[in-house]
Design a protein around this ligand. Structure first.
Ligand SMILES: Cc1cc2nc3c(=O)[nH]c(=O)nc-3n(C[C@H](O)[C@H](O)[C@H](O)COP(=O)(O)OP(=O)(O)OC[C@H]3O[C@@H](n4cnc5c(N)ncnc54)[C@H](O)[C@@H]3O)c2cc1C
Length: 453
């Protein structure tokens, strides 16, 4: 090996780890090794086979059973997938939120929507003011702002928080999401997740995309790393000295690297680091994770009972508040309306997060407990602004969706940003919208935009 090759260890083969590894691997001067605890590449971007005909025929159909897709602002994901021959499928978003008196959707004007119109208009004015002021509202939870603005509990619990839960998975913590982040997710055309409409709250046809088979995508990306993505090889410890980083796997094998990129969860990174600095303890220790039950099932009766849903509706997302505690939200997806290759299949496939009512066990394909970081004030105050003082110190870098906000596009951007700092120039600069996401991320997490322009 030439002396000037930089040996880099990436811990975690999720979207962030593989985008950083892929980007570095484009250059001969890097030798990248990826350690992954699980038996598959892609992290939480998983694909599952669902049996058809009750399993009797042996036939099955694939579904992406966790990460589904996103907004048309996901330009970096789009370009990375395209390099490997994969494309998004456009989807027109249909959501159905709440039930009874508080039911609304993005297609018809329900009585609840009409009742909320004055508050929707006021909310827009406030969002625009936050968007102009930005920084001061980074530490103000959206709920505090809505209290100052005298917004009704109905608007918060039945309108805004269910919608945020849908896109951010923020659930009961929606009230704590910083106001600046909410404004950006609604208004910034290059990063927004919601397509705001000043009359109906959510546009009637926001352009969304569904991802291709994610196991295929990430297996192909991993394969390009020429056998240096090690599945089922969890890292047990990372020890740093002045001139190298020692990475020890669960079997007790130790290898030496020049740099390490943590692309695993914050809590794992903190656990693996031998003698973390006080700042590393503070920043990584300030990322909180929520655990939510996540069921993939075919219980159409549950869907009817919970949301009044007809499996033949064009609706993808159903959200409702618990009748007992409006802060509790359950969400379901009709995957046949999202993943178009399922449209004609003979099986119903629904997913429900934190079900309020029982789902028939016999109709459950898979139960998972998923973990994702919460977008609390603590995250915005003690994690996001402090990354810049950690990145690159002691030969150590951090990437992952959790470093900013928990969506797939940010996972990809965070990996490209770590690679860029190490000298692998940002690859998608020709696309202004992709670049804007990257520069926004780099500005917040590294304190400045691209290392290499
Ligand atoms: C259920 C669910 C659904 C989601 N749906 C969407 C969606 O539809 N759209 C969207 O935009 N975003 C979605 N997200 C957000 C999602 O977090 C991001 O999309 C993104 O995929 C996260 O990628 P990541 O690389 O940051 O983390 P992860 O995918 O979590 O990858 C981290 C990797 O590190 C590995 N690891 C951990 N510890 C070790 C160790 N000690 N040694 C080696 N490896 C280790 C893990 O096994 C894992 O593979 C969803 C998240 C969840 C949980």
């Amino acid at each position: 090996m030439p002396k000037d090759k930089l040996r880099i260890c990436v811990i975690g083969a999720g979207a962030a780890g593989l985008s950083s590894a892929w980007s570095l691997n484009r250059f001969d001067r890097f030798e990248v090794h990826v350690y992954e605890a699980a038996g598959h590449a892609g992290g939480v971007a998983t694909t599952l086979a669902i049996p058809l005909n009750g399993g009797a025929s042996g036939a099955s159909v694939w579904i992406n059973d966790q990460v589904q897709g996103g907004a048309d602002s996901y330009r970096n994901t789009l370009h990375l997938f395209a390099r490997f021959g994969f494309a998004f499928t456009p989807v027109t978003l249909r959501v159905s939120i709440g039930s009874g008196d508080a039911a609304w959707n993005n297609v018809t004007r329900t009585p609840f929507l009409e009742r909320m119109r004055p508050e929707i208009k006021r909310f827009e004015r406030i969002l625009r003011a936050i968007d102009r002021a930005k920084a001061p509202f980074a530490f103000v939870p959206i709920d505090t702002l809505l209290t100052w603005g005298r917004f009704s509990p109905e608007f918060r619990s039945h309108m805004l928080y269910p919608l945020m839960s849908l896109f951010l998975g923020s659930g009961v913590k929606s009230a704590e999401v910083p106001a600046t982040l909410v404004a950006q997710l609604f208004l910034d055309k290059d990063v927004r997740l919601f397509d705001f409409d000043s009359d109906t709250f959510l546009s009637s046809s926001p352009p969304m995309v569904a991802f291709p088979n994610l196991t295929d995508v990430y297996t192909k990306i991993a394969a390009e790393l020429g056998g240096r993505v090690y599945l089922r090889r969890p890292v047990r410890a990372v020890t740093r000295s002045k001139d190298r980083v020692l990475v020890t796997d669960a079997q007790g094998n130790t290898d030496a690297f020049d740099q390490v990129i943590f692309a695993c969860e914050a809590e794992s990174a903190l656990r693996l680091l031998a003698s973390p600095s006080p700042l590393e303890r503070l920043v990584l220790g300030s990322v909180d994770y929520d655990e939510v039950p996540f069921l993939t099932h075919a219980d159409a009766d549950f869907m009817r009972r919970s949301y009044g849903a007809d499996p033949e509706d064009a609706v993808q997302y159903y959200v409702r508040n618990s009748p007992r505690d409006p802060a509790m939200i359950d969400m379901s997806f009709n995957l046949k309306r999202y993943q178009v290759h399922l449209a004609d299949s003979a099986v119903d496939v629904f997913q429900t997060i934190s079900p309020i009512e029982r789902i028939d066990d016999k109709r459950v394909f898979l139960k998972r407990v998923t973990r994702h970081n919460s977008h609390t004030r603590k995250h915005l105050a003690l994690t996001v602004p402090l990354w810049r003082f950690l990145q690159g110190r002691r030969r150590t870098w951090f990437c992952g969706a959790y470093t900013l906000f928990n969506v797939h596009e940010m996972a990809i951007v965070s990996g490209l940003a770590a690679a860029d700092r190490l000298g692998a120039a940002y690859p998608f600069g020709d696309d202004a919208r992709a670049r804007k996401q990257f520069d926004m991320y780099s500005g917040l997490v590294y304190g400045k935009s691209r290392a290499i322009s």
